[in-house]
Ligand binder design. Sequence first.
Ligand SMILES: C[S@@+](CC[C@H](N)C(=O)[O-])C[C@H]1O[C@@H](n2cnc3c(N)ncnc32)[C@H](O)[C@@H]1O
Length: 299
Amino acid sequence: MRTSREEVGVGVVMKAVQIAKTFVRRARPLLFPKMLYSADSPADENALSLYEGEWTSKLPGFSGGGQADLFGEDERPRWMAQAAGGISGKHVLELGPLEGGHSFQLEQLGASVTAIEGNSLAFQRCLIVKNLYDLRTKFLHGDFVEYLRTTDERFDIVFASGVLYHMRAPVKVILDLCRLADQVFVWSQYFDEKIVQADPKLRRSFASGRTQIESIGEVQICGHERRYNSGWLTYFQPGFCGGPDQSTYWLTLDGVRQCFDAAGFEITDQKIGISAHGPHVTLMAKRRNGTAASSSFPS
Ligand SMILES: C[S@@+](CC[C@H](N)C(=O)[O-])C[C@H]1O[C@@H](n2cnc3c(N)ncnc32)[C@H](O)[C@@H]1O
């Protein structure tokens, strides 16, 4: 039987090989400009192969995708639709669609979707997916934090899956979400001191012990610094799906609840789970009757 040290060694070598392959694929057209052109007969597979080995999502009907079943089995869009009382005809703002798997599902559930993706490589994969499946979703490329801060648009629902724990100021982001819609769906990892301390890998990620206070009026909410791999290597790291920041702040579950409460929202459905990355919450929050959408919150 292999020792765990050997396993770590094999893992590192496999990662290095993947990174090298991605590097070569990205560099090829620079070295051989003719490779900017496809010489194959036109087909969806040609577009898919532009990101060969880099897809995270299984792509229904095509081989060559990744492992994550975001287009099918992943239940978050269905869970959200049920908690919202149906989303047919609703305008949903989706944050961080990655490769459009949830956008695909939200459309199938009858919603019209606007999705904002900040990672340029992921955004291009979203466009390939839009083309593969004839999606109507409007994919926008940019930083959704900036969008949330400045837009006057209104949506029926915000769908924020896998993004809150990539934020440097998560409280501000939640307050902004609540300004844009009366229903907000969140799936997010959260900070739990006991779970972090019991897990060596999580402990390392939170090793700085730094905290940050964000205030909503009198209410102070604490974020715990989580460090992520970042930098130029992520450009060649297949399947990288983090945010732009190396240092982000994770809220506790209580902190998340306090934010929604302060924004005049009630959490109507909630589910807790745990994975190798730590505990996570799935929740639907709705504006309390009589609470008007505010154009700004106290801070
Ligand atoms: C962990 S993935 C989540 C993907 C998908 N929503 C899910 O739940 O499986 C985070 C996604 O959000 C995007 N993202 C993170 N921060 C962003 C920002 N500030 N603006 C736009 N996109 C961002 C990342 O590029 C990535 O595609």
